[in-house]
Write a protein that binds this ligand. Structure first.
Ligand code: DHB
Ligand code: FE
Length: 280
């Protein structure tokens, strides 16, 4: 049977991708960020997934104001990376897993979540930077990836509670897939940051660390936090953190902490990172 044993959570700052691509990762500013992922890269080698469900947000690269799906699942075989304005990142394209993705679509839609399905889409830094952080710079990504895009860019955004419940539904879907697969689910984006307006540059380390504590220990309660609190406490782009609740919802209530890292700053963003394991 397919099984979710692990979840990974990480920020997705585009400048991290540029630092890797331009060979700046050993510069003192960036080394402090990448040091937090040394453990994780080795851990991924030791716990290689067969497929990753990667929850991320597009930043007006594939979707725009013409099309705003709240939740969009990548059911295709192949997802090219976006050119975000300064050329494509020199990273491999993403290979999908249509069989598991279409099973998740059937299960989750019948379970009450009316997903948009994408047989074709491009994926931006929201998806490729987490892959680079966890896998470095391979010729090919080590396994297929099912992208799950969440609209956290254009209001109205989904609530934390809806995201958490979607995660629960994804867990039921994976548990009912007839195939022997070790599935990881990743929640990406965040942590606190605001990129524009009078509060540009906002970072709230105390709130971020409380979020990490609660995500591990009391995710159902954390899911009740309103979108206004994310914006007020973690900045306008801090709302990306609702995506972590999808991954957490797909895990057991009780989990073991494998790795935790927090660092400020990377570009305009607080970087947070967790690896969680189901207990059984
Ligand atoms: C930055 C962070 C993001 O999450 C993003 O999507 C774009 C930019 C930043 O910190 O610069
Ligand atoms: Fe972002």
């Amino acid at each position: 049977m397919a099984k979710i044993k692990h979840s990974v959570y990480t920020s997705h700052v585009p400048a991290i991708g540029a630092a890797i691509d331009l060979g700046k990762d050993q510069e003192p500013y960036w080394k402090k960020v990448f040091d937090g992922y040394e453990f994780s890269k080795q851990w991924e080698k030791d716990n290689k997934p067969d497929v990753i469900i990667l929850v991320y947000n597009d930043h007006a690269n594939n979707f725009g104001l013409n099309l705003i799906p709240t939740f969009a699942l990548g059911t295709g075989e192949h997802f090219p990376t976006s050119d975000e304005g300064w050329g494509k990142r020199p990273v491999p394209d993403v290979v999908g897993h249509p069989e598991l993705a279409s099973h998740i679509a059937h299960s989750v839609i019948q379970d009450g979540f009316d997903l948009t399905l994408c047989n074709e889409m491009e994926v931006d830094h929201g998806l490729t930077v987490p892959l680079s952080l966890m896998f470095g710079q391979p010729e090919e990504w080590p396994c297929p990836v099912i992208p799950l895009h969440v609209n956290v860019v254009q209001y109205p955004v989904p609530s934390g509670k809806r995201c958490y419940e979607l995660g629960r539904a994804i867990r039921r879907a994976v548990d009912s897939f007839d195939g022997d697969l070790n599935v990881q689910i990743w929640g990406t984006g965040g942590m606190s940051h605001q990129l524009q307006g009078p509060r540009a540059g906002l970072i709230n380390a105390e709130w971020d660390n409380k979020f990490l504590d609660r995500l591990i220990e009391e995710p159902a309660e954390l899911a009740e936090v309103s979108h206004i609190e994310y914006v007020r406490e973690a900045g306008s782009e801090g709302i990306e953190l609702v995506m972590w609740l999808i991954a957490r919802g797909a895990m057991d209530a009780d989990v073991d902490l494998i790795h935790r890292f927090y660092h400020v700053p990377a570009s305009n963003t607080a970087v947070g990172h967790l690896i969680l394991e189901n207990k059984d």
